[in-house]
Design a protein around this ligand. Sequence first.
Ligand code: FAD
Ligand code: FES
Length: 506
Amino acid sequence: MDTTDVPQLPRVSQDMRTNVCIVGAGIAGMTTAYQLARAGRAVIVIDDGPVGGGETGRTTAHLTAALDDRYYDIAKLHGEGGARLAAESHAAAIDRIESIASLEDIDCDFERLDGYLFLGGDSQKKELDKELKAAHRAGLSAVELLERAPLDFWDTGPALRFPRQAQFHPLKYLNGLARAIIRDGGQLFAFTHADKIEDGEPAKVTTSSGHVITADHVVVATNTPVNDWVILHTKQSAYRTFVIGARVPRGSVPRALYWDTPDPYHYIRLHEVDSRLDPDGSDEILIVGGEDHKTGQEDDAEARFKCLEDWTRERFPMVQSVDFKWSGQIMEPVDYMGFIGKNPGTDEHIYIATGDSGNGMTHGTIAGILLTDLILGRKNPWQGLYDPSRITLRATGDFLKENLNVAGQYADWATKGDVDSIDDIAPGSGAVVRRGMKKLAVFRDEQSNIHVRSAVCTHLYCIVDWNSIERTWDCPCHGSRFDPYGKVVNGPAITPLEEPEKQESQ
Ligand SMILES: Cc1cc2nc3c(=O)[nH]c(=O)nc-3n(C[C@H](O)[C@H](O)[C@H](O)COP(=O)(O)OP(=O)(O)OC[C@H]3O[C@@H](n4cnc5c(N)ncnc54)[C@H](O)[C@@H]3O)c2cc1C
Ligand code: FES
């Protein structure tokens, strides 16, 4: 976000009709819009922030078929055929990004690189042996086992090399897609919140300013679906993940993608910075991420950034300063694969793309390819693997574990508040306060003005928690997040935290 600007776009200011309305201008929504506009369909994209203002602007943009979850685990749940389709679709997504960037002349720093998966924590070499065989069975025949990753300052121990992976600058890429969509007759709108999404002929998207976009089809590409209340949210969980950007001398770390094996794992790559951040061109930024936790269930981000920095300095002695720190949200599906296709249930014209894990750049691109095929009535071999209605019986254990965790969060209704009195809340911070039967989300701004909303999440009524570093109210159940004044930052909630009086009447 500090290294590129995104296009200024209008807000929706009238009712409109189109073939396909896409809600969400991240990589999934923009790739879908691009593919459909290329195929001659009229598209409208709306986003309640700027283009790429969601997780696509926070990503570390490793483009890889070396997935977060091991191929031997994917094969266990989806069969060897499923694992092959997973490998094929993610590799095809990298190729598609490369070909779009080339065709549309998008200067997005796309670069082919090798990826290295090495051991961390208690992991044993047999995990890599197993993964090597599983990757070969999945069709990634060029993957090989090396004695170590190619770093002369740190012996990583044995590592799998995944050749010809890639990285790019996600916002520069979205800028190029925006230009091409508009050229092909598509319309893009920013700062326009979808309040209601309804199936029908036509389907309808109603914005918070009351304008209605009618469309033959609607694609909900909001990272987590804001149209589905229950089904999808029992099949995936929201995690916060943390990243630092450390300055290192140019050329001191070999350019590649790196990951270790624990859960959560570390993810590492280099990033070019331009003269705005590096006037004499002598440095690069080493990006290191990890330290994930379930959204709304911890509030210790500073400690996590510190762990990341310590871990990095121990292994990369050339690190100078840590110039960037940020976090973002990851949706983890219980059976490892994204959910891309028709919305489960009775909807006929509503499509979704969600459940990306840490592979959302390729999942979002797969969504662009697959949803375009589904909307145009074309067959696609990946449809079954990504079908949002699928039930993966072998994932039942994880399904139960995640949903028991969610059920446990409702106990927060009965507990006392974070503080006994509003007076205990420092300027610039928030706390949940109990008032009789009610729980209130109270924020004291820097001028000591008090802002009070109901602490009840507007999705499925869990109690939100204060996130002190990001200054948001985070829901521990399905990952909804709200700004200090209650406005939605991340779904599945679609409406703001309520005024406390409304909570009384519930
Ligand atoms: C720190 C971090 C590192 C990551 N690293 C990698 C990586 O190395 N490689 C990789 O492949 N993936 C990675 N990921 C995952 C990847 O970034 C995401 O999965 C991907 O960006 C999701 O794209 P999306 O289009 O689905 O969602 P988003 O980019 O979040 O787009 C959704 C959009 O919908 C909009 N929206 C939401 N609700 C509404 C509404 N009601 N009305 C209107 N608009 C709405 C939002 O404003 C947002 O812009 C990472 C993620 C994070 C957070
Ligand atoms: S996100 Fe589902 S209850 Fe809050």
